[in-house]
Design a protein around this ligand. Structure first.
Ligand code: ADP
Length: 544
């Protein structure tokens, strides 16, 4: 027997309609490419998004068409998110930090019809456009009409929408329709596309806004630092729109000083980003002895958040840290570290140590750890195994991929293998020990590179650290620590090795340390271990 409730699909356009009607006066503030600050309300954003959607319809854009964006977090990118999905087309967010060949590959693979680009990326697209045959028009996200460019088929965003009517009834369609497309960075092989649906995005929006996740209310002022070109800025544009919270978009200026200045000026209460961004904010606050009195909470994820960073924000800056884990394949958030009542009773030191775990799952995601044969492993907080997930916001396959992706054998059937290795404690809190390709297998034991890296960066003179496995005649593999030290710091290999004593198990202490000026990063700001493994291939470790 069917229930007798209204059959209304979960569509992204409903978020902006709701914001307009019930929180229409809440602001969206953006720092633009030229440094100017733009501000308007959800109501105005909705009107302009309808104009934009009408412009797309007049250009003949059809449901299912892919439209690419190469853009910073600003109000125009926000309008593109909602306008494109609102008419049933697909917003394909492109990470401008990918290699040019990768950008060419994904625009062609997605068959993008239009590209929306910030001025910053004009030189890049001038170079690539001859190799992008599917792109019919380039829309530059600006109001300027006198841009000097060799591009011939371009129009400014403001020109595109000016004169368009803001009358539009958002169409209704199947909630399983695709809404946005994001490619993983592809550290191995070509980038792979993850195609989200209206339904998966809406389910993620409901669950990720909850108190035990982002905890966003209409009273919040939210700054999504995590880029809109990477996994929908962890869903924040949707979450803020649902709750009516004021949004502050930082644009391209993501250094510590610019972020602190904007957070202070706009009274930001909640923000989210990867550890490298927070390291910049932290050092700016420290150097300038600044306070951000309105900032209550920050969400840190994308890479493991070092213990030292959690302590610095919580103790020195009086800002609550929530550690989160997710991935492109998941919409993207999977877990959040927020406390159960028993953790509230812990002493402060134990609480801060506990925050190093990546946390418990959001409703809608199921998670388990398994051994190589697919047998489920115990939730004892010690046993680690491959982390598998499933749920309505987990992908079933990559865009245009035909071979089945989900695990076919009986034990793991229907689960997605995250490629992460993790423990789960009896309370359901997951902790990542490594990417499966990054674990160091030493004499039959597994060494967690994350644990060693976090310990290393808790040293006051170490800016960044990475650990990779190098071949060893007796132990198969041993850890090599690669370190960027603070400028002018006097720090030796022996000082660092001594620092590890008593902090990690003896056999996990790296065998050797090399100092470098810079550690290579992926397009999403993570340590590029494949490059380090190449650079240090054949490294002769001193204990060998
Ligand atoms: P990309 O490969 O494009 O950087 P993702 O952003 O999807 O893609 O990366 C997801 C991966 O990032 C996860 O599988 C995990 O290895 C890592 N990750 C994300 N959040 C955390 C975290 N809080 N701690 C440790 N690793 C994390």
């Amino acid at each position: 027997m069917h229930g007798q409730m209204m059959d209304m699909p979960l569509l992204i356009s409903s978020l902006l309609q709701h914001a307009d009607r019930y929180n229409g006066e809440s602001e969206i503030v953006s720092r633009l490419v030229d440094g100017k600050v733009h501000r308007y309300t959800y109501r105005e954003a909705h009107a302009r998004t309808r104009q934009f959607a009408n412009a797309l319809l007049n250009l003949g854009i059809m449901p299912g068409d892919r439209l690419g964006t190469l853009a910073w977090n600003t109000h125009r990118h926000y309008e593109a998110y909602f306008g494109i999905a609102g008419i049933g087309a697909i917003s394909h967010t492109i990470n401008p930090r990918l290699f040019p060949e990768q950008i060419t590959y994904i625009v062609n693979h997605a068959e993008d019809k239009l590209l929306f680009i910030d001025e910053t990326f004009i030189p890049l697209i001038e170079k690539l456009s001859p190799q992008l045959p599917t792109v019919e028009k380039i829309v530059i996200l600006t109001d300027k009409t006198d841009i000097k460019t060799s591009l011939t088929n371009w129009i400014s965003y403001e020109e595109l929408i000016s004169g368009q009517s803001d009358e539009l009834k958002w169409p209704t369609f199947d909630e399983q329709s695709a809404s946005s497309l994001c490619y993983t960075s592809g550290t191995t092989g070509n980038p792979k596309g993850v195609l989200y649906s209206h339904r998966s995005t809406m389910i993620h929006t409901y669950t990720a806004a909850m108190p035990d996740a982002f905890n966003i209310s209409v009273q919040d002022v939210v700054m999504p630092i995590v880029p809109m070109f990477h996994v929908n800025a962890w869903g924040l544009p949707y979450l803020c729109t649902m709750t009516g919270a004021k949004i502050v978009f930082p644009g391209p200026a993501m250094d510590g000083e610019s972020l602190c200045q904007l957070m202070k000026a706009e009274n930001v209460t909640l923000s989210a980003g990867v550890p490298t961004v927070w390291a910049g904010v932290e050092s700016h606050l420290k150097d300038k002895k600044l306070k951000l009195p309105n900032l209550k909470r920050i969400v840190i994820g994308g890479s493991a958040c070092p213990d030292s960073m959690i302590r610095s924000f919580e103790i020195d800056h009086d800002v609550e840290v929530a550690h989160a884990w997710g991935m492109t394949e998941l919409s993207p958030l999977g877990t959040f570290n927020t406390f159960k009542p028993k953790h509230v009773a812990l002493d402060r030191d134990a609480q801060l140590a506990f925050k190093g775990k990546q946390g418990k799952v959001l409703f809608g995601v199921e998670m388990k750890i398994v051994d190589d044969e697919g047998n489920e492993l115990p939730w004892d907080g010690k046993t680690f195994g491959d982390l598998l997930v499933r749920g309505p916001n987990v992908l079933t396959n990559y865009f245009k991929q035909t071979e089945p992706l989900l695990i076919p054998d009986t034990e793991k059937k229907g689960w997605f293998d995250t490629g992460d290795v993790a423990t789960i404690d009896p309370d359901g809190y997951m902790q990542i020990t490594d990417r499966s390709k990054d674990v160091i297998k030493s004499g039959g034991e597994w060494i967690s590179s994350i644990e060693i890296e976090n310990t290393a960066v808790s040293h006051k003179d170490i800016v960044e650290a990475a650990v990779i496995a190098v071949a060893h005649p007796k132990w198969d593999e041993r850890p090599l620590l690669i370190v960027v030290k603070k400028q002018d710091a006097i720090l030796s290999r022996e000082d660092i090795l001594e620092f590890f004593v008593g902090k990690v198990a003896k056999w996990c202490i790296p065998d050797d340390v090399v100092f470098v000026d810079e550690i290579p990063h992926t397009a999403t700001g993570k340590i590029l271990k494949t490059k380090l493994r190449e650079d240090f291939a054949g490294y002769n470790i001193s204990s060998a």
